[in-house]
Design a protein around this ligand. Sequence first.
Ligand code: SAH
Length: 238
Amino acid sequence: MVKRVFPVILFFLIISTLVFCQSGSDPTIKQRTEMVRTQIEARGVSNPEVLSAMRKVRRDLFVPEGYRFLAYADRPLPIGFGQTISQPYIVALMTELLDVAPGEKILEIGTGSGYQAAVLSCLTDKVFTIEIIKELALAAGIRFKEYGYEKIMWKNADGYYGWEGGSFDGIIVTAAAGHVPPPLIQQLNPGGRIVIPVGSIFQVQYLMLIIKDADGFVSSIPVIPVRFVPFVGAAMEK
Ligand code: SAH
């Protein structure tokens, strides 16, 4: 009897766990699953951890209320102060290019809504993010606390100079600069990666993957043309 009942109980336990993990009380899981399938996997992003992070993080919680109905659409959205949250595919692509391993230290420049940082925090517990607009930095800080991303370290500063005293395995920049800020290259560990859009708002911008090898030699690879808001602050004077 026990022998027969046990597999049945086990079956229901597994099913209930799956159902709970995938939907729980979250009404948007279906939209996110569709988003990942049609916008992200369909365009070639295949890293399972990245896909799982994109399925987990509720993008609707990071966009202004008036835009929530578009939270899973294939497009960037305004987040105030003339800034935007990137298109989901771009977030996934940049995260995949960054090639994050658990425990690695990652720095993001351009916190914006905090969505990209939240996605990164599913891949490692050491995420640092810098935002130059005070109101956006503070609002993202509140979201991190409210939605369970309190491990993310954030600050309001000019990201041109990186994180004072920091050294990182990966740096992701979500605003387009005319050049790669030298302090970011300095703060990159050997073997580290920088993913950054390079170009101005008047020119074509290219998403670049910059790699520092074990000997400290730096090389860069253009990935795709992109369109980002400008990297402001000190970068504009140099
Ligand atoms: N990663 C964001 C998208 C942000 S848009 C998200 O997931 O929502 C780019 C952001 O970069 C803007 O919020 C802008 O204010 C910020 N930014 C621009 N120049 C910056 C600088 N020098 N230092 C830090 N943040 C900067």
